[in-house]
Design a protein around this ligand. Structure first.
Ligand code: NAG
Ligand code: NAG
Ligand code: NAG
Ligand code: NAG
Ligand code: NAG
Length: 384
């Protein structure tokens, strides 16, 4: 029973650590530090390189990483080491395609097929003489599709299927998507319906109709509920600005997030963690540090927190269990000692009786010697 309780509490604790998974975007700010530095904080489980913002319809694809490196002079191959450093820490590194700015879009199934081949050979497990990030093999592709080619049918679902088809028994091709919080995202809805996305970071910012605003968490929670109920596979992440400056709106103060939002969203069976936009803002304000600190673990997430109550009960149960165990051990000890004492007492009594009888016999020996004429010996007397 004790072991059982121990296992339950261990599960609760490890569950807490799990729910603090953080995904972060890197690549769009010159002052955010290197990719290696970002991973070295150990605050993130997923780092998403943003963006490949030019591709499709026969255009020559281009990455844009602000001034981190110049892709036109093949300068971004230096990221190869950084990517491997991150992966060595167990952090998954993905490339985000799309973004708010850029020229991208797929015009046909063939286009989707072509782009999938490009991504596979240039960034994933394929090969090419010219790979933008050198020989580093990224863990997957993130779909941050925020634009649409006018009047054109989207082919993101096909791109996703083509990309996933490259996975084999030893290496997965992870797929993630960053839809806007209004359900269901106009650009990515069909792609998500394929059910092959591993991670979905919902953007609860720059979307006033479904994000947090003015101390009201209900709108966000309603939207979250619709998404978690409709997406049956993959992990869902709460996508938030890492500071007030990171987005026009949608910022949730960290303490409020930990007290009133995370305890509720983390109850969803497909909850994965928090996505933050973006590295620079997190570095300025330490939002991820707060989420990962004890201030934001389930037992400290506010007064009316269900998980806290769970914890409280667990401790009571552990207390009772330990008390029971101690009294059990004590009782066992008591019984054993009593048994031994009875044995000892018994032996002592026996000896005493023997002694008394002996002395009796010795004392009265002479007096009785006349009476005991029928030849009864001392030993016979003792036996009696
Ligand atoms: C795709 O490229 C062709 C040729 O450059 C161009 O004429 C067409 O308008 C493009 N399609 C879209 C939807 O942008
Ligand atoms: C296929 O993609 C490449 C980029 O990898 C591009 O240069 C080429 O024009 C594309 N071909 C077609 C038919 O769209
Ligand atoms: C799986 O794909 C990777 C490249 O992503 C390759 O290195 C590996 O050999 C493949 N494994 C199998 C079993 O085909
Ligand atoms: C990729 O590898 C295959 C087999 O390993 C080889 O046949 C092919 O020429 C390579 N392609 C490039 C672009 O290096
Ligand atoms: C990461 O977390 C540590 C504490 O766990 C904190 O000191 C550091 O500032 C955090 N890094 C960022 C970028 O927030």
């Amino acid at each position: 029973m004790i072991l059982h309780i121990f296992l339950i509490s261990t599960f609760l604790v490890s569950n807490a650590a799990e729910s603090n998974n953080i995904a972060i975007y890197w690549g769009q700010n010159n002052n955010e530090g290197t990719l290696s530095q970002t991973c070295a904080t150990e605050n993130y489980s997923y780092v998403i390189i943003a963006f490949l913002n030019k591709f499709g319809n026969g255009t020559t694809p281009e990455i844009n990483l602000a001034d981190h490196c110049d892709p036109s002079s093949n300068d971004c191959t230096m990221l190869s080491t950084d990517i491997k450093n991150c992966q060595a820490k167990g952090i998954k590194v993905l490339l985000s395609i799309g973004g708010a700015d850029g020229e991208y879009g797929l015009v046909s199934s063939e286009d989707a097929k072509n782009v999938s081949g490009y991504l596979w050979n240039k960034f994933l497990g394929g090969n090419s003489s010219l790979r933008p990030f050198g020989d580093a093999v990224l863990d997957g592709i993130d779909f941050d599709i925020e634009k649409r080619l006018k009047g054109k049918q989207q082919h993101w679902d096909e791109l996703a299927i083509f990309l996933k088809s490259y996975k084999n028994s030893t290496q997965n091709v992870y797929l993630s998507a960053a839809p806007q919080c209004p359900f269901s995202d106009g650009e990515l809805g069909a792609a998500l319906d394929t059910g092959i996305f591993d991670y979905v970071w919902l953007q609860f910012y720059n979307n006033p109709e479904c994000e947090y605003s003015q101390n009201d968490v209900n709108q966000l929670l309603d939207s979250w509920k619709r998404w978690t109920e409709s997406l049956t596979v993959g992990k869902l992440f709460l996508g938030l600005p890492a500071s007030r400056a990171a987005a026009d709106n949608g910022y949730i103060p960290a303490a409020l997030l930990c007290e009133s939002v995370l305890p509720l969203v983390a109850m969803s069976r497909n909850y994965g963690g928090v996505m933050l936009w973006a590295t620079y803002y997190d570095k300025q304000c330490g939002y991820s540090s707060y989420i990962r600190s004890s201030l934001c673990t389930p037992q400290c997430r506010g007064n009316d927190c269900r998980r806290k109550e769970n914890k409280w009960w667990v401790w009571i149960i552990i207390g009772v269990g330990v008390a029971l165990a101690i009294s059990l051990i004590f009782c066992l000890g008591c019984t054993l000692r009593k048994k031994k004492k009875t044995q000892v007492d018994g032996k002592m009594n026996q000896k005493k009786v023997l002694h008394e009888i002996e002395s009796d016999v010795v004392l009265s020996d002479k007096a009785r010697s006349v009476e005991i004429e029928d030849g009864k010996t001392l030993s016979n007397l003792v036996k009696e």
